[in-house]
Design a protein around this ligand. Structure first.
Ligand SMILES: NC(=O)c1ccc[n+]([C@@H]2O[C@H](COP(=O)([O-])OP(=O)(O)OC[C@H]3O[C@@H](n4cnc5c(N)ncnc54)[C@H](OP(=O)(O)O)[C@@H]3O)[C@@H](O)[C@H]2O)c1
Length: 250
């Protein structure tokens, strides 16, 4: 743990906070003094327990928003709360996402659209809401969770990789559009990371990714969360429009 808190008096909104990288990031942010708007698909006793525990453990405010990223109305209804309450959001971490493996010829277009709905369109909608708040307050940092698959070609990952590549393009363009408002936006491109997502991956493809990495192992979720912390904090005050690979060297 760092000897000082990097996000004291800051508020972070993060999606996919119930498991995987997002859940670990919630704790890393809270540990660093941030209040958290934790977003998840649905309310469950497990997530309520986890978030209440985080609030008590680190003495920070943790509020919850529940919406499904395939449901535009739910997203809008939830995010309206931020606007009506004139909330100050310092950091947005667009973390939630789904993977999909399968050759293009065997993938229905409806599936590709679903992947884009979750990994790209919903992320843009959330950025629309939150960036407006950030532009008004003239400060903010947005972190989009992309993937090395959105940068490098991986056979069988056309849908997933294209959705992440689209998010990377949006990151680079929005970096130029938002900079005049003192809002930064960057992306993280994790390599294979020890979460449910990686566990669901087909064995050979998984082995290849691990072997491609100089460090020959999967990332730990906290190694990705720590990059999100860096990009969220003022330590990265001149980092904008970048895609930070966290892949053990590829
Ligand atoms: N793990 C890796 O190897 C890896 C590598 C590169 C990039 N990434 C990226 O890192 C991010 C986090 O991945 P992870 O490894 O933590 O995956 P994970 O363990 O599978 O968690 C995915 C998260 O996204 C949420 N989510 C998925 N679909 C949703 C929907 N329709 N509505 C609301 N929430 C939804 C999940 O909620 P539910 O529990 O409700 O499903 C869950 O919280 C993703 O964007 C992923 O693409 C992961």
């Amino acid at each position: 743990m760092l000897p000082f808190k990097l996000l004291q008096n800051k508020t972070v909104l993060i999606t996919g906070s119930n498991r995987g990288i997002g859940k670990v990031a919630v704790e890393v942010f809270a540990m660093n003094g941030a209040s958290v708007w934790a977003c998840a698909r649905k309310e469950t006793p497990e997530i309520e327990y986890f978030l209440n525990n985080i609030a008590a453990k680190y003495g920070v405010n943790v509020r919850k928003l529940y919406f499904d990223l395939t449901n535009e109305i739910e997203i809008r209804e939830s995010l309206k709360t931020l606007v009506t309450e004139k909330c100050k959001i310092d950091v947005l971490v667009n973390n939630a996402g789904i993977a999909h493996g399968g050759f293009l010829q065997m993938t229905p277009i409806s599936k590709i659209k679903e992947v884009f709905e979750i990994n790209f369109f919903s992320q843009l909608l959330i950025i629309q809401y939150v960036s407006k708040l950030m532009m008004k307050q003239k400060s903010g940092s947005i972190v989009n969770m992309a993937s090395i698959v959105g940068l490098d070609g991986y056979p069988g990952y056309t849908a997933y990789g294209s959705s992440k590549a689209a998010l990377i393009y949006a990151t680079k363009t929005l970096a130029r559009e938002l900079a005049p408002y003192n809002v930064r936006i960057n992306a993280i491109a994790p390599g294979l990371t020890e979460t449910d997502m990686a566990m669901q991956m087909e064995g050979k493809a998984k082995d290849k990714m691990v072997n491609d990495s100089a460090m020959k192992r999967l990332a730990k979720p906290e190694e990705i969360a720590n990059m999100a912390l860096f990009l969220a904090s003022d330590l990265s005050s001149f980092v904008n429009g970048q895609v930070m690979r966290v892949d053990g060297g590829m």
